[in-house]
Design a protein around this ligand. Structure first.
Ligand SMILES: Nc1ncnc2c1ncn2[C@@H]1O[C@H](COP(=O)(O)OP(=O)(O)O)[C@@H](O)[C@H]1O
Ligand SMILES: Cc1ncc(COP(=O)(O)O)c(N)n1
Ligand SMILES: [Mg+2]
Length: 587
């Protein structure tokens, strides 16, 4: 290949990367990689190997994968310029290489990594470091693979396949750690995720203590993230007891001092009454990743799965923190989905990684998950307006979705519970037929009974953390917030979005303090969650709202602007075009 053009997704954007192979007189082949600074015209390479020669690529560098002629020119006769090569761009698939042990029970290790990557849409290649005989009772035997053969597997994969991220699990010998570090020097990858497997969730030792020093000295300093569980963190720190969240925080800091860019200390083994809390530390800030503890025996492989899911997220171009958050939710979802399956007779069973591949029609949000773009035009129903205009709730919901509403919130304050559930079921049917999520206002019981996609709570309603524990990780939870503190609390409680307002005075909701555009902007700039603005919003003032200059303001929530009119369809259309027009301008 003289000139190649590869395409890689980064943050959902396709980036072309030029690969140029130059053959020197000494027959050595040089492979240069470069992101063209522009989509067309020449781009230059400096080749440090040969001093300050430069090479010019001429021709149109396509920003989407198409065939295109490019010519490599050079002003130096000693390098044979290649002929014009037709570029056959390849579409890269995000790729994780797992370097780990095989688990005969297939709940953890290599098998867990393969399943997690498959579920998350990432290709996963494998280097087997050991074969273990294990099941739901524990580990009955470990057979390390000869170190030279681990080296051979590493070379086979890294020399041929474009690996984005390497994830390590069980590495049973010091020699293997050194071989891995050498391989990564010869074949650099974008990121290294180290799950320092020494003691499994089941409590079995998977690597003896002799390996600790080489992990600390050789592997951790080159790791982008290290993900010890409680026992492993304790071993890495010389055996200090770790029993509380505060202990996890100090352990994260001390492990970060050993060299990894990020640390995630996993709290799956925290004693009750702690939730499954993990501490993420980036060298400056601590983040508590909260999640309700799923009451299940099926937790075999949670650590492996978390680490390979993080690797998958990085391979897809997510930031480290985004990858960790998505991975945490994925493990939680899988545990929740699998909590009652029964495989094996031991104390710790495997869980089902492939839940997302099973089109579970009952749970829209499980299948698709929360998408913050759902917040673009948030329609909140109002029975009084339906009565005033002589229409049913079902008719109102149908018309608003037809007009462009992207999410529906059923808000009922007077209706009986049984009738509310019936109404929710009818509206859910309409919403799901159009791929629109249905949120229930305040009433968690109604949301559970109708298996709606989520709940929106106010400050005086049930706390989001409790709602999360009741609904599980796959439902959408929104919280009304007026202040920055409330927005941070919502994030800490595991909410998915916040509704912020009232932005303008409104008659729809009694004694509702107006916070204005400044109040909205202050909350948006603090919030770690996507925001939807609410309160007195109409087609006329949409631009002033959407253009406050906050990237995480994802849309507007409206009631009377849609429902206090004779024709909901046309009013919704009007709002939809107003908000999409602003959204396109502020992107
Ligand atoms: N019962 C559980 N409910 C919810 N999350 C859990 C549970 N057990 C473990 N986790 C989560 O699974 C991930 C792996 O943690 P842990 O099981 O402690 O690691 P390891 O499997 O390496 O021992 C963490 O995000 C942890 O919070
Ligand atoms: C081969 C192998 N690798 C890793 C683990 C850790 O399992 P867990 O993620 O449950 O701690 C395991 N049990 N077996
Ligand atoms: Mg575990």
């Amino acid at each position: 290949m003289d000139i190649g053009l590869e395409y890689r997704y980064e943050n959902e954007v396709l980036i072309p990367t030029l690969l140029v192979q130059i053959e020197l007189e000494s027959k050595t082949k040089l492979l240069l990689q470069r992101r063209p600074s522009c989509a067309q015209g020449a781009t230059h390479f400096q080749t440090p190997h040969l001093g300050t020669r430069s090479y010019r690529i001429e021709g149109m560098i396509p920003t989407i994968p198409v065939r295109s002629p490019l010519t490599l020119c050079t002003n130096n006769s000693s390098i044979r310029p290649t002929t014009t090569a037709m570029c056959t761009p390849t579409h890269r698939v995000p790729h994780v290489l797992t370097v780990a042990g095989s688990d005969s029970g297939a709940g953890a290790g290599i098998q867990a990594d393969l399943k997690a990557c498959a579920a998350l849409g990432v290709y996963c290649s494998t280097v087997v470091t050991a074969v273990t005989a294990q099941n739901t009772v524990g580990v009955q035997g470990i057979h390390p693979v000869p170190e030279t053969f681990v080296a051979a597997q590493l070379r086979s994969v890294l020399s041929d396949m474009q690996v984005d991220v390497v994830k390590t699990g069980m590495i049973p010998s010091i020699g293997m750690v050194k071989i891995l570090c050498q391989s990564l020097q010869e074949f650099p990858v974008r990121a290294l995720v180290v799950d320092p497997v020494m003691v499994s969730t089941s409590g079995d030792v998977l690597a003896d203590s002799s390996i600790v020093s080489v992990l600390r000295k050789d592997l951790l300093p080159v790791a982008d993230i290290v993900t010890p569980n409680l026992k492993e963190a304790s071993i890495l720190l010389g055996g200090v007891p770790l029993e509380t969240v505060a202990h996890l925080r100090s352990a994260a800091k001390l492990i970060h001092d050993l060299g990894p860019r990020y640390v995630l200390v996993k709290g799956g083994d925290l004693p009750a009454p702690f939730d499954a809390v993990d501490i993420f530390f980036d060298g400056q800030e601590y983040h508590e990743l909260l999640g309700p503890r799923v009451e299940t025996r099926n937790t075999h492989g949670t650590g492996c799965t978390l680490a390979s899911s993080i690797a998958a997220g990085l391979a897809k171009g997510l930031s480290m923190f985004e990858a960790v958050q998505v991975a945490k939710r994925f493990v939680e979802s899988a545990l929740h989905y699998s909590k009652n399956i029964s495989i094996g007779r031991g104390v710790q069973g495997p869980f089902d990684h492939l839940l997302k591949l099973k089109q579970n029609t009952n749970s829209f949000s499980l299948r698709r998950g929360f998408d913050k773009s759902d917040l673009l035009l948030y329609a909140i129903t109002d029975s009084r307006m339906n009565k005033k205009w002589g229409r049913s709730m079902v008719e109102a919901v149908k018309a608003s979705i037809k007009g462009g509403a992207t999410i529906i919130q059923l808000r009922e304050k007077e209706v009986e519970t049984g009738e509310f559930v019936e109404l929710a079921l009818a509206c859910k049917e309409i919403c799901h037929s159009k791929g629109v999520p249905l949120i229930i206002n305040d009433r968690v019981d109604v949301a559970l009974a109708s298996n709606a996609d989520g709940v929106h709570v106010g400050q005086s309603d049930m706390q989001a953390r409790t709602v999360r524990a009741l609904l599980g990780p796959d439902k959408i939870i929104g919280v009304s917030c007026k202040t920055e503190e409330q927005a941070l609390q919502a994030w800490n409680d595991g909410a998915d979005y916040i509704g912020c307002g009232g932005v303008f005075p409104t008659s729809t909701k009694e004694n509702n303090r107006t916070i204005g555009l400044d109040g909205l902007k202050a909350v948006c700039l603090t919030s770690k969650l996507p925001v939807v603005a609410i309160g007195g919003i109409s087609a006329d003032n949409v631009p002033s709202v959407m253009e406050i200059g906050a990237a995480n303001l994802r849309g507007i929530a409206v009631v009377s602007a849609l429902f206090d009119h004779d024709c909901i369809f046309s009013e919704t259309m009007k709002m939809y075009s107003a908000v999409t027009h602003c959204r396109s301008r502020t992107k």
